[in-house]
Write a protein that binds this ligand. Sequence first.
Ligand code: GDP
Ligand code: MG
Length: 690
Amino acid sequence: MNPQRETKAINELGKTPQELLIALAGNPNSGKTTFFNQLTGAHQHVGNWPGVTVERKEGTVDILGVRFRIVDLPGIYSLSAYSQEEMIARDFLISGGVDVVVNVVDAANLERNLYLTMQLLELGVPLVIALNMIDEAEKRGQHIDTAKMSRLLGVPVVPTQARAGIGTDRVLAEALELVRQPRKSRPHATRYHPTIEAEITRLEKTLRTAADCPLPSRWLIVKSLEGDEDALNRLAVWAEDGEAARASIESTRRHLETHLGESLETVIADSRYGFIEGLLREVVRFKKAREAITITDRIDAVVLHPWLGIPIFLALVLLTFELTFGLGGLVSGAIEEAVSTLAAHLRAVLPDTPLRSLLLEGVIPGVGGVVVFLPNICILFAAISFLESSGYMARAAFLMDRLMHAMGLHGKSFIPMLMGFGCNVPAIMATRTLESFEDRVLTIMVLPLMSCSARLPIYILFTGVFFGRRAALVIFSLYALGIILAVLSGKLLRRVFFAETSSAFVMELPPYRLPTLKGTALDVWERAWIFLSKAGTVILAASVVVWALGSLPWGVPFGSEQSLAGKLGKLLEPLVAPLGLDWRAAVALLFGIAAKEIVVSTLGILYSAPSHAAERLSTADAVARSFTPLTAYAFMAVSLIYVPCAATIAAIKRETNSWKWTAFTVCYTVCLAYVVGLVIYQVGRVLGVG
Ligand code: GDP
Ligand code: MG
């Protein structure tokens, strides 16, 4: 729109000086028309917006000694120039003739409704927010602190019930107040990503807009960067040099998109939602309806108790590990027995050929050594499945939200992190529920620190050998170590890469349900199947490779330092020696990158090699001789933290769509693992443990 047309649009309003022109803006169904009818009663007329068949309602009301002319704008979700309705509403709002915009907001659907509010705030028009349908919100147990909301947004906020006519007059009173005493402070609009903010500031300086431009230059720039053609045209009209303005918006846009790795439109929208979430966290409180106390409420009163909640959660986790370890151990023992019987049998009947060596020194210790842990995995997943489908996991996420938020992570991140205990790959995919790119990248980067089930065999092997009755507690400590590191890393990485953004979410808490046996069985079966097929493929292949490396060049004692594996390990040994680890551990960690179970199979192959000891040893016995409790703990910690497996690395690349973040995650985890391993071993040695 050119300036001439704009002036004409204002004249078309035909406003007399004694009148205040109020525009009602809001989402469809927020109650604008009800609000409008309530105020204007019979004093209204319905027409069409010029040139289009969109209905235009206008009316007047005389109150507080002033005549208010009220225009009911079409319902819109945004101020972009996509639909006819949005164009009409926007043209009207930026025509400059409107004295006050009343933003009618559906209080029961705040998050969606506030998106438009954010844009109205950016537009910088005098604004009063009518928090309509406040009765609906209360009915849903939401209490909204309107005074605080008003403070945080820098504009008046009035709770209303348009249908009952409650609060509508007060809205007009606030509007009048705004006109009589315009606020000096600017409304608090969204701050964007620091890089974007820097560019906006730069553009504001270089593209000086004419002094009489009716629109804030910041708004024109943000809109143009969002790819809004109409805004760009306006900017070109009002800027000193229109063509230069177009060119520099275009190049800035391209520059920012490459930098942020996402469309600018998305990034900007995400920031607005991020702001809204943070706001909601501050102003919305949930209350329990007093009537109808359900079983769910009774359980929640205990498990969500401010002090008891987290201890109960931790106790449940500990119980899960006790079951996994204790009960699982009984069945594992039987499988182990069977595997060694099979090995003994093969040893007796097979002739001394490379095949015999492959089976006895490669496949059986490699694959067999991992399959033994199947019962533990099944029990762990039965427990997780139970907690999940009963509805407890959602409570756990709720409990953790406060903690996560305090640590710079998004509350919603907790769910992917919880999933990460199963497998990091689907967990990384689950971060799609996070709206902002920053929160996603951050969560993805710390996710590999969640102890997935592939790490469990390592823990069980070592804790079984070294920690006896305290095994479950030690495993618990490793999971906790992962979580603590994730939380600290989240905080650190946000500091380093992203500005501190306050974001929050409203957690839905489903009612408790008794899980079905069938559902749990299916979950367990699915996990068991993934585990077994991995054993039959990746782990089998890796076992063959490790065996080959241990056997070549042909003729050297298997798994000795003269073998290729030995040479490779010796190369790495100086690196891991400060952690108290030997070359075999180094080779195991190296191969573990393919899949973490392979750490155990490689240990099984290399340590049970006959050359390592006079007699053939089981993996457990071999480990017992080569590690101490201290080095075992350091080794478990390193296995937990260092490089996620190949599949996880691939998932990170896919989901962040960036080699930079992928490479960073790999480097970060390796360095972190090294530092943690070093600290555990060296401090342990100084303290004389081990
Ligand atoms: P518009 O399309 O945004 O103009 O919304 P309407 O004015 O048509 O209202 C949509 C629905 O919300 C109608 O059924 C109204 O009766 C209802 N409504 C409006 N205000 C309130 C309110 O304050 N409380 C409740 N509970 N319902 C309301
Ligand atoms: Mg309507």
